[in-house]
Design a protein around this ligand. Structure first.
Ligand SMILES: Nc1ncnc2c1ncn2[C@@H]1O[C@H](COP(=O)(O)OP(=O)(O)O)[C@@H](O)[C@H]1O
Ligand SMILES: [Mg+2]
Length: 310
C-alpha cells in the first residue's frame, strides 16, 4: 500500500506493502490486466464549494475491482463524474487506453462508450417507457443497428438477472430492480470501465450481496469495475484494491488488508475498520485462526477458518 499524509505530506509506503511508484498504484496490474483508465494530478473545484479534489492520481486495470472509499463529502462522486467525462478537471490529465481525453464531439462520444457511469439514484437515469427501450438507448446512440442492439440488451439484462423485466415500465419496479436496470443500461454500451456510485445504497442485505456478486462476475469477465462507497464493510468484502479519500485527495491506495491495518490513518479520516476485519484481526492475533491464511473477507470464510481450528 502507498500512503500519503492526509495533510498533504510526502508519499510514503506502508511496511509489508507491495512496491508501487506512487499513491495511485499506477503501473501495477493487480489482476494482470492492461491499464484502461488513468488520472494524473487531477484537480477540481465547484464554484460554490471551491476546491474539492487536488493532485489525484489513479490507475485502473482491466478486470480489476477498485473501491473508492471515504466519508461523505470526501469527493468520491466528483471523481466518478470526472472519470466519466461529465465534469472537466481544472487541472491534470485523464487517459483511457493510454490516450488523453480529447475535446472533439467524436472523442467525447468515444470516451462515453468506453467509460460508463451508473448514478447513485436510478431515477436520475431511467426515462423510457419500458425497460427494454431504456437499456436500448445506449447501444442505439452508439450507432448499433436493431439486431445488434437487441443482442446487447438481452446480454445486459441476462447479466443482471432481469430478463423477465424487459417489457415493464421502469416506474413500476422496486428500487432494487430499478438499480439493476440502470446498471444494465450502462452495461449494454459494453464499456471497458464501469463506474458505480454507491450501488448498494438503499438495498436490503441480500440484494446488496447479490449485486456485489454480479459486479464481481463482470470484473471476472474483464470489465474494470469501480465502486464508490462510504461503507467499509463492503470495501473489505469486495475490493481487490481500495483508494482511500481524505483531505481532497487519495491518501492511500492498496490491497484491503494493508489499508485497514493502518488504524491511525482510518482514525484520522474518521473511518471505522470493517466489522469482520476487526473481529478476524483480533482472532488471528489471539492465535484462534489457522496461521498463514489471509484474513477472511466474508462471514462464511471466517466460519470455515474457525472450523479448521488452529
Ligand atoms: N454540484 C455541486 N456544487 C457544489 N458543491 C458540490 C457539488 N457536488 C458536490 N459538492 C461538494 O464537493 C465536495 C465533495 O462532494 P462529493 O463528491 O459529492 O463527495 P462524496 O461523494 O464523497 O460524498 C463536498 O464538499 C460537496 O459539498
Ligand atoms: Mg457521493
Amino acid at each position: 500500500m502507498d500512503r500519503l499524509d492526509p495533510a498533504a505530506g510526502p508519499a510514503r509506503e506502508a511496511s509489508g506493502a507491495r512496491p508501487s511508484p506512487d499513491a495511485s498504484g499506477a503501473g501495477l496490474s493487480p489482476g494482470g490486466g492492461a491499464c484502461v483508465l488513468e488520472a494524473r494530478g487531477l484537480g477540481f473545484a465547484y464554484p460554490e464549494a471551491g476546491e474539492v479534489l487536488r493532485g489525484v492520481d489513479l490507475s485502473l486495470h482491466a478486470g480489476e475491482r477498485l473501491v473508492l472509499a471515504g466519508a461523505n463529502g470526501s469527493g468520491k462522486t466528483t471523481l466518478l463524474l470526472l472519470l466519466a467525462g461529465l465534469l472537466t478537471p481544472r487541472e491534470g490529465t485523464l487517459l483511457c487506453d493510454g490516450q488523453p481525453r480529447g475535446r472533439s464531439r467524436r472523442a467525447v462520444r468515444a470516451w462515453h462508450s468506453r467509460v460508463g457511469l451508473v448514478f447513485q439514484d436510478p431515477d436520475d437515469q431511467l426515462f423510457a417507457p419500458t425497460v427494454f427501450e431504456d437499456v436500448s438507448f445506449g447501444p442505439l446512440n452508439q450507432g448499433c443497428d436493431a439486431a445488434l442492439t437487441r443482442q446487447r440488451v438481452d446480454r445486459a439484462l441476462a447479466a443482471l438477472g432481469i430478463a423477465d423485466l424487459a417489457e415493464r415500465p421502469p416506474h413500476s419496479l422496486s428500487f432494487g430492480q430499478k438499480k439493476r436496470v440502470s446498471i444494465a443500461g450502462v452495461l449494454a454500451m459494453e464499456p471497458g470501465v464501469l463506474l458505480l456510485d454507491e450501488p448498494t445504497a438503499g438495498l436490503d442485505p441480500e440484494a446488496c450481496e447479490d449485486l456485489l456478486e454480479t459486479l464481481a462476475a463482470l470484473a471476472a469477465s474483464g470489465t474494470a469495475v469501480v465502486v464508490a462507497t462510504h461503507t467499509m464493510d463492503e470495501a473489505w468484502a469486495w475490493a481487490d484494491r481500495i483508494a482511500l479519500f481524505g483531505g481532497q485527495r487519495i491518501v492511500a491506495c492498496g490491497p484491503p488488508e494493508a489499508i485497514f491495518r493502518d488504524l491511525s490513518l482510518l482514525e484520522t479520516l474518521h473511518l471505522r475498520e470493517p466489522l469482520l476485519f476487526g473481529v478476524a484481526r483480533r482472532l488471528a492475533d489471539a492465535g484462534l485462526l489457522p496461521p498463514g491464511h489471509p484474513l477472511p473477507r466474508t462471514q462464511a470464510a471466517l466460519f470455515s477458518l474457525l472450523s479448521q481450528g488452529t
